[in-house]
Design a protein. Structure first.
Length: 133
């Protein structure tokens, strides 16, 4: 004597399975998009950081040249070759360059802190890691 049991499969089962697969793929794509966006953001910040470091070096070189020119202007002022206003303008140029350097350093530090936050590092850790390399 055999017993047959029939299990009724509801059509909703297949619809639900398909819906779940579609939802899962959508979530996977969403994760990939977020990951890509995060990497792009990190890449952009690192490039901006490198550019700012290069600009800082150029400004520091400019400052050194301005200081040398100021010494020349100082001698020219004592010999009467230039007017005092020219000497003061050279001083002003130096002050402007120094302000640019300070503003840039502040921007660099801010960018480093943003990177540390995005990477989940303690403050100052990124600079320590870079120094260790």
């Amino acid at each position: 004597h055999t017993t047959q049991t029939s299990i009724a499969v509801h059509p909703e089962y297949f619809v639900n399975q398909s819906s779940l697969k579609i939802a899962l793929e959508a979530k996977r794509q969403e994760v990939k998009d977020v990951e890509k966006s995060m990497f792009q953001s990190l890449y952009n910040k690192i490039c901006a950081h490198d550019l700012n470091i290069d600009i800082q070096k150029r400004l520091e070189e400019t400052l050194e040249l301005q200081k040398k020119r100021l010494e020349i202007s100082k001698q020219e002022l004592t010999t009467g070759q230039i007017k005092r206003i020219d000497y003061l303008e050279a001083l002003e140029d130096i002050a402007q360059t120094q302000i640019q350097i300070i503003e840039l350093i502040s921007s660099i530090e801010s960018n480093v802190m943003e990177l540390e936050i995005e990477l989940g590092l303690d403050f100052g850790r990124l600079q320590n890691v870079c120094k260790e390399m």
